[in-house]
Design a protein around this ligand. Structure first.
Ligand code: PA5
Length: 447
């Protein structure tokens, strides 16, 4: 098996000649990407990452993960945006729904919590409660090393570690993932002697899940990170070698751009497994930050199904006709539950006796795809054979490559994010950060 893209359900809405006419554009976007001659070409390190990564660091990541597993009940992962979502997506995709370890024997791995992805003191204080007096370690992740949200959280947990284990003991429990040379976190890590991992210069945050940014905490959760990389490598080969007709990423990039040009300006990514929730969040950042610029782009949205069929389903079926859906279909569930027969059929469910819950889930999915298609919300589908590290590696790479192609087809630089800075400037001005005094005065008048 392999991760596959399927647009057969758009027949009647998207015509073959439309796809045909996108082939050349998709191919030229791929040439631009692979020849590294397009916009943002200093951020293309992710393309070869699955086959060309720092093996020495990879081994160190595994060693650090083993140490954390052996001396910590809890791992606190501090980061935001591209320094957060990939790891969370992977750990939830591959782990237990209620315990973030891949082991079905529940607690074989440390509990993993993410913080520094908001500025909520309530959330942070709650995590301090949850850790209690248990042993813990911290992975602080920030490429720039200066992002406010993680920096504030790190101060708190660094102090907690130092009070608990002393300065030297704390330093042995802090793992810093940051730039190889610059930024406040790099300086701090050097000064305190933390173990350091590198965010490569040429890999942007939202493309960094397969670097130390994602890999350390993913490894701590018990995932075989070699398998994850192998899956990404296998998708990479298909993405860069296959022609359009055998290239899922190229077809997906083409279809999204056809949809956009037909007036479908919102793409909703859907899952039928709660454990894929953060995969959708990761994808939203990937697509949104890459394409949403120059007043252009598809708005990436997401729904968890069938959950949200009972909330957003009405709109998707029948509201403004501005969207299309891309369904993530896990073909084989990790665990089966068979619906049993009851003597008295009071709830009327005996017609399902002997069927699996996953059969019901798939009927819901197929029924929904057809209903939404009939309601003029066209449906694309991505088939994932199983929730394994290998297929997740394929999925990550498939979306990253499609994103690069799609951005070039749209005519934007998919690898920068100038818009992310505006709120930071205002926040710093309002906080009275040195250097922002004049802006602060102006803004306060407007509040
Ligand atoms: O993709 C991006 O650039 C952002 O989402 C960043 O990843 C996020 O702001 C965190 O940045 P940093 O890793 O520098 O702390």
């Amino acid at each position: 098996g392999q991760v596959k893209f399927d647009y057969s359900k758009t027949a009647g809405y998207v015509h073959e000649h439309e796809v045909e006419s996108m082939k050349a554009l998709t191919e030229s976007a791929r040439k631009l990407l692979l020849s590294k001659s397009g916009a943002g070409n200093d951020y293309l390190g992710w393309i070869d990452l699955p086959v060309d990564y720092d093996k020495e660091e990879f081994a160190r990541i595994k060693k650090a993960a083993e140490k954390i597993k052996s001396d910590s009940d809890v791992l606190v992962v501090i980061g935001i945006g591209g320094s957060y979502l990939g790891a969370r997506a992977a750990i939830e995709f591959l782990g237990h729904n209620f315990f973030n370890s891949v082991s079905k024997d529940l607690r074989k791995a440390p509990e993993i919590y993410f913080v520094g992805n908001s500025i909520s003191s309530n959330y942070l204080a709650g995590l301090v409660d949850v850790i209690g007096d248990r042993d813990f370690s911290v992975n602080i992740i920030s490429k720039s090393g200066t992002t406010t949200e993680p920096a504030i959280a790190f101060r708190v947990f660094k102090k907690m570690l130092e009070e608990k284990y002393g300065k030297d003991g704390a330093a042995k429990r802090i793992y810093a993932t940051t730039d190889k040379a610059k930024g406040a976190l790099k300086k701090l890590a050097d000064a305190e002697g933390y173990e350091e991992f590198v965010v490569p210069d040429d890999v942007g945050g939202r493309f960094s899940v397969l670097t130390a940014v994602g890999l350390l905490s993913i490894a701590v959760s018990g995932v075989d990170i070699d398998e994850l990389m192998a899956g990404a490598a296998s998708a990479r080969k298909r993405c860069i070698e296959n022609d359009f007709d055998n290239n899922d990423a190229m077809q997906y990039a083409a279809l999204r751009n056809i949809m956009l040009r037909k007036g479908k300006s919102v793409e909703i990514l859907c899952d039928y497994e709660p454990s894929l929730h953060y995969t959708l969040e990761w994808w939203k950042q990937l697509m949104g930050e890459s394409e949403g610029k120059d007043n252009k782009g598809l708005f990436p949205a997401s729904v968890d199904l069938t959950t949200d069929l009972h909330s957003m389903g009405q709109f998707i079926q029948d509201g403004s006709r501005i969207m299309f859906e891309t369904v993530l279909n896990v073909e084989k569930t990790s665990r089966e539950i068979v619906i049993e027969k009851e003597d008295e059929d009071l709830d009327g469910l005996n017609y399902l006796a002997g069927k699996t819950m996953d059969f019901v889930n798939k009927c819901a999915m197929n029924g929904t795809i057809l209903a939404h298609t009939d309601g003029n919300t066209p449906n694309l589908r991505v088939d994932i054979p199983e929730q394994t590290p290998f297929y997740l590696g394929e999925l990550f790479y498939f979306f990253e490559f499609a994103c690069g192609l799609s951005g070039y087809m749209l005519g934007v630089n998919p690898f920068n994010q100038p818009g992310v800075e505006s709120y930071k400037k205002n926040m710093f001005a309002l906080l009275g950060k040195p250097g922002y005094e004049a802006e602060g005065e102006e803004l306060r008048k407007r509040i």
